[in-house]
Design a protein around this ligand. Structure first.
Ligand code: ZN
Length: 289
């Protein structure tokens, strides 16, 4: 794409989003479209244009992309905010929780008033995100993800990002994404630690590493052992960056990353090492596709 053509194509992409009949509750329609001059669009994403990793053409790819996020708590909420500010065009947010006071320490877009009113997270979050970026088309889904509804909830998504703290849900997401060829970024945080792992299809999924989901009662949760707000911030920073890379055609190597934000330590393990240490040579899911 030549440089001079870019703003025109950018606007065309934007108009395509607004014309979609199955519109989310995000964009306020043509009123905003008219106001969105090339100059404003350039200003919003000017820092991305300077990055050799992104630039103008890849920014246009982000506008045409659709990300689904399972859970908009600390990890998923920050991931969603980073991606919406980064200019993704469409976002589906799925959560079955209401806002509580215990969320406010780390779930950055919810307020005291939301917790008092015990509002539903997806619609509350959509409202905040659309105040930040009214051009993003957002589908809030107040639902618990199950094997039965996962396909409908992820309809049209190019990629799925993790924001849940439920291991059973993660395996449902993993299995659906691998079967349907949709990348999935596992991300979680508890205590002072963050973990991230990109599931990029066949022979690199959660079941390759751990064939069956571990017993939930054996896994520590934020409600049991606590959590520092910086841990989900790091998980979201890495998760959202992996999403941006994948959406712009830059495929990362699947590695299991862990960060301890309190102690400043970090480890990264290749898929081969993970399989060797924790899994088996065969994967019940990947090897039976
Ligand atoms: Zn597998």
């Amino acid at each position: 794409m030549s440089f001079w053509k870019f703003p025109v194509n950018w606007i065309y992409s934007y108009i395509e989003v607004l014309r979609d009949v199955d519109r989310g509750s995000g964009p306020r329609g043509w009123e905003i479209d008219r106001k969105m001059s090339d100059k404003i669009l350039d200003e919003i994403f000017s820092r991305h244009y300077l990055l050799p990793e992104l630039g103008r053409e890849k920014q246009a790819m982000l506008l045409r992309s659709h990300v689904a996020i399972v859970g908009v708590g600390a990890v998923g909420g920050r991931t969603a905010e980073i991606l919406v500010r980064a200019g993704i065009g469409t976002l589906t947010i799925i959560d079955s929780d209401i806002v509580e006071f215990s969320n406010l320490q780390r779930q950055t877009l919810y307020t005291w008033g939301d917790a008092e009113k015990r509002t539903e997270k997806p619609e509350t979050f959509r409202r905040r995100l659309n105040e930040i970026m009214p051009t993003c088309r957002i589908f809030p889904k107040y639902a618990r993800l199950t094997e039965e509804n996962v396909g409908g909830l992820f309809k049209g998504a190019d990629i799925v990002a993790d924001g849940t703290d439920n291991i059973k849900t993660r395996y449902i997401v993993n299995d659906w994404c691998v079967r349907n060829g949709v990348p999935y970024i596992y991300a979680g945080a508890v205590g002072t630690r963050a973990s991230i792992f990109p599931v990029l299809g066949k022979h690199g999924c959660l079941r390759c590493v751990l064939p069956v989901p571990p017993d939930p009662s054996a896994l520590p949760t934020a409600g049991d052992v606590g959590i520092i707000a910086a841990a989900p911030a790091v998980a979201a920073a890495r998760s959202s960056t992996l999403v941006l890379r994948l959406l712009t055609g830059d495929i990362p190597e699947p590695r299991w990353e862990t960060y301890d934000v309190w102690h400043g330590t970090h480890s990264s393990m290749s898929l081969e090492m993970l399989k060797k240490h924790h899994g088996s040579e065969k994967c019940e899911l990947c090897d039976n596709l």
